[in-house]
Design a protein around this ligand. Structure first.
Ligand code: FRU
Length: 506
């Protein structure tokens, strides 16, 4: 090759590399952009959909409107990951069509080809979702939400909608959506949990195409401040037994306003969900975890992701060109307290794939403890774990030199955890955004353990082995660079681990 030609090719290559790099810089490093929580490159996102683990890959689909940063005609966006932390955005999976927008739903691997969509031994993935017909809704029709299916023969990258959709027609219920399907081994059938206004209706099917109503659960039970949405039914193991969990999102009616996710524990016999629970239990007491469900095809270990926002202000948060991120993936567990089974959530251990430098500090008598100075520098991305043998009042504050601060902590006199974003920065875009959020301490143990996950503009607090969880987003005018712990009753931290985290974007 001639020298000049070589030089020309090299120049083109370099220009392309630099352009791509600066494009990536721009798109994942805008103001407020999370660095290790999934968010789409551009456009509007809400619920996680169709989450499945298949052939060593995690697939996360999501409610997506690519053409604007506010909600619109819903598509299913798609992203994949090998470790639940590094995500690769993929082409859009499902587009709206003549039956309507593509609302939330689930995906299963049809290993026995019960649907008949599989060919030559390929396991078909089946998406079960809600078609939302806008025209019918506007015309005053009640039956505008129906359930449909699509199948994929290439591991979830391309989808073919079933030509006889919908597979479940609307019986005259305005809110009739968000099918979550799982396999019920004892009866060898599929079970669909569907949100039907103020309850969850269970349907069963042998082939995913024809569905029979089995039962209803929830009228008059739990929180009913708004419509029920995005249910998920699955067993978790406790002491060798299966405890069935039903997650139900409700909008509005959350414990601190707006939308939130509650859960019920009980038993499922293939027909009925039976629960003796009389109290309302929240998976997360923060305001920014909604519509979350679990991955299918992960066995008895259940991993959860929620939308890290709230319908009360999701459309108004001050980001430009993109809107909202998902929560950190969390593994769910069960603990028994008295005669109650409670669900715990803890961040997935794969977060250690982005550990950078770490500091371990032991025996800290806290009054005012400047953690940022102690570790050298607080750069906005961190996992912090600390323990104490005796719980005391404490607060953890993130702040900047403008005097803005985000505070989370525990109040011993009131026995509650809290998040205070009143002075956190931009709060004006919604009247309640700057409010004080409470979460009961559920653990009765004398000691304390805390995990905090901080990603520039979000903080996830996991207390007492994940019994009390708070997820909160915030928008300071300048990044927080200060980090300190206070305690006016003298918290003695036994061990503190600080992990600086790396960005997952280029
Ligand atoms: C929950 C929800 C679902 C619906 C989707 C629409 O956040 O309202 O019930 O399927 O969002 O985008």
């Amino acid at each position: 090759m001639k020298k000049s030609r070589k030089f020309f090719i090299l120049t083109i290559y370099l220009v392309a590399a630099v352009t791509m790099h600066s494009y990536a810089q721009k798109i994942y490093h805008e103001e407020y952009r999370p660095q290790f929580h999934f968010s789409p490159r551009a456009g509007w996102m809400n619920d996680p959909n169709g989450m499945i683990y298949f052939n060593k890959q995690y697939h996360l689909y999501y409610q997506y409107y690519p053409n604007s940063d506010v909600w619109g005609p819903m598509h299913w966006g798609h992203t994949t990951s090998k470790d639940l932390i590094h995500w690769q955005q993929q082409p859009i999976a499902l587009y709206p069509d003549s039956l309507g927008y593509i609302f939330s739903g689930s995906i299963i691997a049809d290993a026995n080809n019960t649907s008949g969509f599989g060919k030559n031994g390929t396991v078909p993935l089946i998406a079960i979702f809600t078609h939302h017909n806008m025209a019918a809704e506007k015309a005053g029709d009640k039956n505008f939400q129906t359930q449909s299916i699509a199948y994929s023969l290439d591991e979830g990258f391309t989808w073919i909608k079933y030509d006889k959709n919908p597979v479940l027609k609307n019986p005259g219920i305005r809110d009739f959506r968000d099918p979550k399907v799982g396999w019920f081994e004892a009866d060898k059938k599929w079970i669909m949990a569907l949100a039907t206004f103020d309850r969850v209706t269970f349907y069963s099917s042998a082939d995913l195409k024809s569905w029979t109503k089995e039962s209803d659960f929830g009228a008059g039970i739990g929180a009913h401040g708004g419509a029920w949405e995005c249910p998920d039914l699955f067993p978790l193991e406790y002491d060798g037994h299966k405890i069935w969990v039903l997650l139900v999102s409700v909008n509005p009616g959350g414990p601190n306003g707006g939308s939130a996710t509650q859960y019920f524990t009980g038993d499922f016999d293939g027909k009925n969900f039976i629960s003796s629970q009389t109290d309302t239990r929240w998976l997360d007491y923060g305001t920014d975890n909604y519509a979350g469900v679990t991955f299918s095809n992960t066995g008895i270990q259940k991993t959860f992701i929620g939308w890290m926002s709230n319908w009360q202000y999701g459309k108004a948060v001050p980001t430009k060109g993109w809107r909202s991120a998902m929560t950190i993936p969390r593994n769910l567990g069960i603990v028994k307290m008295g005669n109650k089974f409670l669900v715990t959530s803890l961040p997935v251990k794969e977060l250690n794939n982005i550990y950078n430098s770490q500091s371990i500090i032991e025996n800290i008598p806290v009054t005012h403890y400047d953690l940022a100075s102690k570790i050298g520098k607080f750069a906005g991305l961190a996992e912090i774990n600390f323990t104490a043998d005796k719980i005391e009042t404490f607060s953890v504050t993130l702040s900047n030199d403008q005097g803005e601060k985000m505070v989370v902590g525990y109040d011993k006199a009131g026995d509650y955890y809290y998040a205070d974003r009143s002075g956190s920065g931009r709060v004006e875009f919604e009247k309640d955004f700057g409010s004080f959020h409470y979460a009961p301490r559920l653990s009765g143990k004398p000691g304390l353990d805390i995990t905090l996950i901080i990603d520039n503009t979000s903080l996830e607090l996991f207390a007492d082995g994940g019994l009390t969880v708070m997820t909160e987003i915030f928008f300071p005018a300048k990044p927080y660079t200060r980090l300190y712990i206070d305690s006016n009753t003298g918290l003695l931290v036994k061990k503190l681990e600080y992990h600086e985290l790396k960005s997952t974007w280029p």
